[in-house]
Design a binder for this molecule. Structure first.
Ligand SMILES: [Zn+2]
Length: 543
């Protein structure tokens, strides 16, 4: 077995689409996952864990499409998760097959409590399964990651044997998860040091870490792990994930960026070296955070490190004075370094289509002619309403155009009257593909409720609204509002997203998008986006 070459940087393994998507309410459909995967590639992550292919046909489809469309030669490695069973591994192997660089991530529990009660296997059986399943995974790709689930509560001596076995069978990355978010930084550092000292063939693999933020320690734990030999970090955008979430990518990357000489773990590289410790293009951090927040409907708290709305707002007079004189008086990092201040006025109402197309390209969006035409018309419309059109506005419009569901019902008219002495009343007219116009009206507790009731009277497909959120794209009274909604119909969840300066219009369009997805799936007579419930039954194991 040849030695696995150790990387000359810290590898960033993004699991937003796998672990992050397991956040309650964060379900994404295949198109949304593809959009995020493309942005993660622009961000420069080394590995995308795109899903758990065995868990559902929708998960398989997402991993498979991301492998084909994002897993290019110069793109990231595309990884699929699999329990240590032949069925899981074979399915993951097929899902990642189109990627230029594909990885299978397989795992089995090694803590006594999991082995005894969940797996009902002895230690010797777990060792045998590890060897057999890593070798089986190796028949699909050379790039195999192995995780001992619940490593933090495993007997270290036994875990060392499992890791040695996995590496001997061909695992090129060994990932140490703190599945339950229990460890402290010094304990996690000690765990990684112990592995380096006691697993004889550890040099043949890259050490990775995975952890949850139940005690708010995930990022601190990972940074300590880096100091002790970890070279791959498993993290998510905005720290989303099960329970309290995963380690936040933006916090890890910026800690290693701002304090690079402190965290530099590479022998032979000067402490004051300016070479970045990761491959991440930090100016894509903020756009990525916004995209994930919009599509998952999981908003970022204003005081969140790095990407929170207040993270770079210097409110107090003393601070403002100091910042104006010299930014470094109170700022440890530049807002531009995470892509925040790139939202200068770029286009106005007199800008032409070519300027619009060029700016979109710079922002990483390649649209078809038809999409460009629609987005351009809306841009002109927006430029009339709003004096200052920023990059964020343009991205919101484009996401809105490219994330429209296949259209069945089209909004012809939405009109609302409301106020403190009025009963909120909405009238809507929807047009069907046959050109039929259907109008109805309803009252509600507020304008959006009234619109949804009116739409329901026209569309007449029972559904439950499980999530509704509004976020403004930029500050200011004329800001675009982005609406994300999720509806449930017979255990299936459908999402809708829309952006408009009028939040009632955005809310209506978002709802119609979700209803159109639901309608299409009923017409198809099949589940187009199988959701989490199936995943829960397919896989009870978690890392
Ligand atoms: Zn996890």
């Amino acid at each position: 077995m040849s030695n696995q070459p150790q990387p000359d940087r810290i590898l960033i393994f993004d699991t937003t689409l796998r672990d992050g998507e397991q956040s309650p309410g964060a379900t994404l459909n295949v198109d949304e996952k593809l959009t995020i995967a493309r942005q993660l590639a622009r961000l420069g992550v080394d590995i995308i864990e795109a899903g758990f292919p065995f868990a559902s046909p929708g998960d398989f489809e997402a991993v498979n499409k991301i492998a084909a469309q994002v897993g290019t030669e110069d793109g990231p490695t595309i990884c699929g998760l699999a329990r240590a069973t032949k069925g899981d591994i074979e399915t993951a192997g097929r899902a990642i097959a189109p990627a230029a660089k594909g990885r299978i991530h397989t795992f089995i529990a090694t803590s006594d409590i999991h082995m005894q009660y969940k797996l009902r296997k002895t230690r010797e059986e777990v060792l045998a399964i590890t060897a057999e399943m890593v070798a089986y995974a190796k028949t699909f790709t050379d790039d195999i990651e192995f995780s001992p689930e619940d490593a933090g509560r495993s007997d270290p001596e036994f875990m060392y044997r499992v890791l040695e076995t996995a590496i001997a069978a061909g695992a090129t990355t060994i990932n140490i998860p703190d599945t339950v978010g229990y460890l402290t930084p010094s304990e996690f550092g000690g765990l990684i040091r112990g592995i380096r000292e006691h697993v004889p063939n550890v040099d043949q693999a890259i050490i990775s870490v995975h952890g949850h933020n139940d005690l708010g320690l995930a990022v601190a734990n990972f940074l300590e792990a880096v100091k002790n030999g970890a070279r791959q970090l498993e993290c998510t955008i905005n720290g989303i994930g099960e329970r309290a979430g995963n380690a936040a990518l933006e916090e890890l990357v910026m800690a290693m960026h701002v304090r690079r000489s402190f965290y530099n773990p590479f022998l032979g590289r000067p402490a004051e070296s300016e070479a970045p410790l990761t491959n991440i293009n930090t100016t894509e951090i903020y756009p990525t955070s916004r995209l994930v927040s919009n599509l998952t409907g999981m908003f970022v708290q204003p005081n969140k490190a790095i990407v929170g709305a207040n993270a770079f707002a210097h409110e107090s007079g003393i601070h403002q004075d100091g910042v104006l004189k010299n930014k470094l008086t109170y700022e440890i990092m530049d807002a531009e370094s995470i892509g925040l201040n790139k939202n200068q006025i770029v286009l106005g109402k007199h800008s032409g289509r070519n300027a619009f197309r060029t700016r979109l390209k710079e922002l990483g969006h390649e649209l078809s002619d038809q999409e460009l035409n629609r987005a351009f018309l809306r841009f002109k419309d927006l430029a009339d309403k709003k004096k200052v059109v920023t990059d964020w506005d343009i991205v919101a419009l484009v996401n809105d155009e490219t994330q429209q569901a296949p259209e069945h019902f089209h909004i012809e008219l939405v009109q609302v009257s409301c106020g403190n002495h009025a009963c909120p009343t909405a009238t809507v007219t929807l047009r069907t593909p046959e050109g039929q116009e259907l109008t109805d009206a309803a009252t509600g507790t507020g304008p959006v409720d009234a619109v949804y009731r009116a739409v329901n009277r026209v569309v007449n497909i029972p559904n439950e609204l499980i999530e509704f959120s509004v976020q403004s794209v930029t500050a200011g009274i004329d800001a675009i509002g982005e609406v994300t909604i999720r509806i449930r119909h017979e255990e299936r969840v459908f999402s809708g997203h829309s952006a408009n300066t009028d939040i009632v219009v955005a809310s209506t369009q978002a709802y119609l998008n979700a209803l159109n997805r639901l309608y299409t799936s009923i017409q198809d007579g099949k589940t187009i986006h199988p959701q989490k419930d199936e995943m829960a039954t397919a896989a009870t194991a978690r890392i």
